[in-house]
Each structure stands twice: as C-alpha cells, then as structure tokens.
Design a protein around this ligand. Structure first.
Ligand SMILES: Cc1cc2nc3c(=O)[nH]c(=O)nc-3n(C[C@H](O)[C@H](O)[C@H](O)COP(=O)(O)OP(=O)(O)OC[C@H]3O[C@@H](n4cnc5c(N)ncnc54)[C@H](O)[C@@H]3O)c2cc1C
Length: 440
C-alpha cells in the first residue's frame, strides 16, 4: 500500500450537485452552465497532510470520485461509478466529444475481429450488449448493426486468428469464399481478396453524439459535470492530494480517475509519457454519386481491408458521405495545438485506393475531412491502472485507435476496480511497459 493510503477524519465541503430532476428540467446545456457557475461553491479547501486517501465518506455518505476527461472512457466510467454508489464529479476542458478529443467526429467501427490471443473480442461482445441495453434504456440510437466485412488477401493471420476468438465470445460471424463476396457486394472490386469474414451484427457507432449523450444521462442520473480544465503540474508527485483546477482552486476527492485520452502522455510525463505517442490520423469523407445508393448503409457494410496495410471505411450514413481512413500511424501530433489539416499525400493515397476497390466511386468528390489523433501505447493495449506513486489516482486510456467501441464495457470494468479497490488486470497495468522493455 502506498504511503498516502491511510485514513483520515478530515471533512470537506460537498461539491455542488445538479439533481436528476433539475437536470431533466434544465436540459444538458443549462446544467453545464449551472455546474460551471457553481464551481467555486463546490471546491474543497486546499489539501493538507491530514487529507485522506482511503474512502472517507463525503457528507452524503458516499465516496467522492473525480473523473477527468469526458470522452468515451471517462464518460462511461463516470456513469458506472455513479451507479456503483459514488458521488462523481466529471471534468472536461472542452466538453464531451469536442473537436480535439479522440471521441469527437461522426462515427466509429464496432467490430469483434481482433486477431488471436487478445482480450478485446470478449470486451467488444460485452460492449455490444451494453450499447444495446443503453439504447433501449435511453430510447436513442447509436449502434447501427449494418455488419462488418473483412477482406482477406494472402496469409490472413489476423483474420484466421480472429475466428476462434469470435466464436468464443459469441459474436456471430461467417467465413465467405471469394465467389460469395462478389455475389453479395457487386460494387466492390475483390481483386486479390481470397476470403472474408462477415460479422452481420457488428457495424458502426455514432461517436460524438453518444459521447455527449453519456454525459447528459450521467447528469440526469445525479452526476455532476463541470467544463473546466485540470492542471498538469505536479500530478506525478506521491504526496499529491487535491485536484488543481484551471481557475486556481482545488477539488479534494477520495479518488481520481484520469481518462484524458491523447493528453495522458503530457499529464503524466514520467509514468505514461515514455510509453505513449499521440499520432495524427487523417479521415476522408467522399460524396456518393447522385441517385446511386450502392455505397450507403443498407447496401454496403462497414469494411476493413488488410491487403497492403489496414484501410477501413464506413458507408454513407447520416448524410455525411462515405468514410475512408488508413489505420497506419501518422506523425506525432499535439492534441491541444495541432492544426487539423489533412495531408495531400494521404488524400492522394485514399483516392487511389477508393478508385481501385470501389470503382464506382472513382470520381467522387471529397466532401469533408477530419484530423483526429490516436492515443497509442507502446503495445496498443489500454491502460487501466493506479499511479505507482499514488494509489488513489487511476489512469485510464491508451485506446490506441480502437478504444471507442469498448467504452461501456471498459467503464463498467474500471468502475468495479476503483470502487472495490481491486487490482488492475495484468494486460492493462503500467508495469508491463518496463517488463516489455526488459524482455523485448
Ligand atoms: C481517426 C480515428 C478513428 C478511430 N476509429 C475507431 C474505431 O473505428 N473504433 C473504435 O473503437 N475506436 C476508434 N478510434 C479510437 C477511439 O476513438 C479512442 O480510443 C477513444 O475515443 C478514446 O477515448 P478517451 O475517452 O480515452 O479519449 P478522448 O475522447 O480524447 O477524451 C479525453 C477527454 O479529456 C479531456 N481532457 C484532456 N485533458 C484534460 C484536462 N487537463 N482537464 C480536463 N479535461 C481534459 C479532453 O477534452 C477530452 O474530451 C479512432 C480514433 C481516431 C482518432
């Protein structure tokens, strides 16, 4: 147990809470404003040595947990912490699904195939259940199960390794021979594609819309959301106690969860920084031909092509055009100050691929672009662990370009670990990075 784990009798002020009834009455935007305006009233006095770390109860008898970052990881974690019985304050510097966040943008792929020997197919299966459960509960639609098609050229080690994992996780799939692929999707040029995996129940998720909805429902269920930045200074120190906020004040909670996506490397330069890189990823949206619906959802599934490198796309949906992206990691990118302009070479490569694989889209105009950033860990596995110098501080992130779909399952797992004080799962621990360096 770290030196700052002990007990204390020091009481702190309760934070300003927006009640469920108020949230419903006021609507989300108003609640944000109210929470912002009330921020000073909710702040605890600066921490002292007697500040506690081990679940002293807040004035309402619940442990108070501060979650920093309202993206897919932080938002769902905050919601499950709240439902698990904590008093939760969720912070975001620019708002859930903002234009800099990894969870911003229109859509994300929801798939089960992940190659051999990994925890993500099972996590995706659980996430699919939870996405559907929440859609029914909230009467909102985020998960569009239009199917995912994997096109396999050559060896297909990734895809072959995915098959037993899909079966084990109970995610429906079919293996399709080349002839069957051509029969089903005539608008695709399957040259060199030897076989495919068809996941009929997988599909795509609405990214920004669902990220914002999670926070709306978190507030409606009794959570507090504040649009405010947490300062980076001193977070790595072992004697750290209260959360330093951008208005100069501090918030004392019993536990802190940092789910800051691509910002984690900078917030924790010693613990996360050396094992983490934020990379620029260009995303292209092409306009489908007028009156030709072969490239829209309903006629085309989400697709992934592992030929040369990993290229994937989402058919026309939400009237936004046909999305195409290359999973190859781009150059390092600063999520705060980076200019979000796509690279001309990447656009040329996207056009070349589009004309080859989807010949009917050869002259399709570029209708939108987006620059997002992947939040890559060294091994592309997530981080869900306590800070080594502060057992009350959890670091959650490292989605590495594939985290969004897992949001609800990851949030459910993280909330359980934090609330029950359970050890982090080995695959997501920080210590693995040093072990990997020692045994490459
Ligand atoms: C182009 C692209 C395509 C992708 N495709 C897929 C896909 O198809 N399927 C899939 O599953 N995943 C995909 N991903 C990955 C997925 O989007 C991310 O893994 C996931 O969204 C990460 O969520 P997060 O909550 O960790 O980070 P974020 O969404 O970035 O959230 C972090 C939040 O922290 C806030 N924050 C940062 N610093 C502070 C601070 N100091 N104080 C307060 N708030 C702060 C930010 O404002 C931000 O809102 C893709 C990512 C990109 C970029």
């Amino acid at each position: 147990m770290a030196k700052n784990e002990g007990s204390s009798r020091r009481k702190h002020q309760p934070v300003a809470e927006v009640s469920r009834r108020d949230a419903c009455k006021m609507g989300f935007a108003a609640v944000v404003t109210a929470a912002r305006g009330d921020a000073l009233g909710g702040l605890a006095a600066p921490a002292t040595d007697q500040d506690t770390v081990r679940y002293p109860k807040s004035m309402n008898g619940k442990p108070h947990i501060a979650v920093v970052g309202a993206g897919a990881f932080g938002g769902w974690t905050a919601l499950y912490l709240l439902r698990g019985g904590a008093q939760v304050t969720l912070f975001d510097a620019w708002g859930p699904g903002n234009s800099r966040a990894a969870s911003g943008g229109e859509t994300r792929v929801m798939r089960g195939a992940y190659g051999p020997n990994q925890p993500y197919t099972k996590m995706a299966a659980r996430a699919m259940e939870l996405w559907k459960e929440h859609e029914a509960r909230w009467k909102q639609k985020f998960f569009h199960s239009i199917g995912v098609l994997w096109m396999v050229e050559g060896d297909g080690e990734f895809e072959r390794g995915s098959l037993p994992m899909l079966k084990d996780a109970g995610i429906p799939f079919e293996q399709l021979a080349a002839g069957e692929l051509t029969r089903r999707w005539r608008q695709i040029n399957f040259e060199k594609v030897e076989w495919g995996i068809w996941e009929p129940h997988s599909g795509y998720l609405l990214a920004r819309a669902s990220t914002q909805a999670v926070v709306e429902h978190f507030v409606a269920e009794g959570g507090e959301y504040r649009q405010q930045a947490v300062l980076a200074a001193g977070l790595e120190a072992g004697d750290w106690r209260a959360l330093p906020l951008s208005d100069g004040s501090k918030l004392l909670a019993n536990r802190y969860v940092f789910a800051c996506g691509p910002w984690l490397g900078k917030l924790f330069p010693q613990t996360v920084g050396p094992h983490f890189i934020s990379t620029k990823q260009d995303v292209f949206f092409f306009g489908t031909p007028p009156g030709d619906y072969r490239y829209d959802e309903g006629n085309l599934p989400v697709w992934a092509d592992h030929s040369d490198h990993f290229i994937y796309g989402i058919p026309g949906n939400q009237n936004r055009g046909f999305k195409l992206a290359d999973d190859t990691r781009g150059p390092e990118f600063d999520p705060t100050s980076g200019q979000r302009l796509v690279d001309n070479d990447r656009l040329a490569e996207a056009r070349r691929y589009l004309a080859y694989r989807f010949p009917g889209m050869k002259d399709a105009p570029l209708v939108e672009t987006r620059v997002c950033q992947y939040e890559n860990t060294a091994d592309h596995n997530f981080i869900v662990d306590r800070h080594p110098a502060n057992a009350n501080l959890w670091i959650v992130g490292g989605g590495s370009g594939h985290g969004f779909k897992h949001g609800p399952a990851l949030g459910e797992m993280t909330a359980r670990l934090v609330l029950k004080d359970e050890p982090a799962e080995a695959a997501y621990r920080l210590a693995r990075f040093e072990a990997q360096k020692a045994n490459p």
